[in-house]
Design a protein around this ligand. Structure first.
Ligand code: MRU
Length: 313
């Protein structure tokens, strides 16, 4: 069963609350744009394509409730800075004549694109494969199916047997809480590793590919994705393992020549300094919490989109 991250019920937006997974599977009901903006900021809904889809439905919500569409778009634009899909979706909504139809299209096109990404990407995997992934680029992060996890799903549909190692993805554990949960629900063989175990795993086992999603891809192929992706790419290259980025074209930002111009979100220190059990660090120690990093194009073997694959080199 694939989880459904975002549902429009005709009057409001139902969001699968990803802050509570895997302990609690619960939808929250966003009945106004401010509630939705808050859900995006606090990662109840997250993942580049899903943020864009949720924001598109936010415009429908504003229109239906007689809220200012222009102000609502402005509010949604400042929720998160890195995933360009948010701005892409809001720009599409701003120029749409029928908001509901446009939001529905943005959501359904995303699933179709994921399927195409899966079909192109699965060819990179042998019949028996082992893949490492990072963060969550699955159904939870998209309209459904997923980008990186979509490739794994399409490989299975093609009769391949894929085992996945999910990096836990500190500080907010999207790999452990979300990817491991989503893949287990879908009947995959998934094993959790801490982020700092990847290089050792690569040295011990045959890994066929590292496959990740993306939040923004610059014109030269430099790719922003969840913090930790860059280290995985360095390690994959050091071990001769293909490093594959899977993302729809809406993740490209051709106005940016290279990764140095990609805005990187910095989140609260408290996300690193505390875990549910208590402090992780002496109380006065400072912390730095960039939520994304940029992988230089030279380290990327292929970027797979709905139109096929690019080799950024
Ligand atoms: O902070 P998040 O959870 O929104 O970060 C998500 C990621 O980095 C994903 O890998 C990316 O958005 C691709 S989702 C198909």
């Amino acid at each position: 069963m694939l989880p459904e991250a975002i549902r429009w019920n005709g009057n409001s937006i139902e969001i699968l609350d990803q802050r509570k997974l895997p302990d609690v599977v619960e939808y929250i009901n966003c009945t106004n744009v401010e509630l939705l903006a808050n859900a995006i900021e606090t990662l109840a809904v997250r993942g580049a394509p899903a943020i864009g889809i949720a924001a598109a439905w936010g415009v429908v919500l504003a229109f239906k409730q007689g809220e200012s569409v222009k102000l609502s778009i402005e509010r949604l634009r400042v929720t998160r800075p890195t995933a360009v899909n948010l701005f892409w979706a809001l720009d599409r909504m701003a120029s749409a004549s029928d908001y509901e139809q446009e939001a529905r299209r943005i959501q359904s096109e995303d699933v179709e694109n994921n399927r195409k990404i899966g079909a192109y990407g699965e060819k990179y995997l042998p019949k028996e494969s082992v893949v490492i992934t990072h963060c969550n680029a699955g159904a939870l992060a998209t309209g459904g199916w997923g980008t990186a996890l979509g490739i794994v799903r399409s490989a299975r549909e093609a009769g391949k047997n894929v085992k996945i190692f999910a990096c836990e993805t500190r500080p907010l554990f999207q790999g452990a809480r979300l990817t491991a949960w989503e893949l287990e629900q879908d009947g995959f063989d998934v094993t959790l590793i801490c982020d700092n175990m990847a290089a050792y795993l690569m040295s011990k086992r045959k890994i066929d590919a590292v496959i990740v999603g993306a939040d923004r891809i610059a014109a030269n192929g430099d790719t922003a994705n969840k913090i930790g992706t860059y280290s995985l790419a360095v390690n994959a290259n050091a071990h001769g393992i293909p490093f594959i980025v899977a993302a729809p074209r809406s993740t490209f930002d051709l106005s940016i020549p290279n990764g140095s111009a990609i805005p990187i979100e910095e989140r609260s220190e408290s996300e690193i300094r505390r875990l549910p059990g208590g402090q992780t660090v002496p109380i006065r120690i400072k912390a730095w919490n960039p939520a994304f990093d940029v992988t230089p194009f030279e380290l990327i073997s292929a970027i797979i989109t709905e139109d096929g694959e690019y080799e950024p080199k």
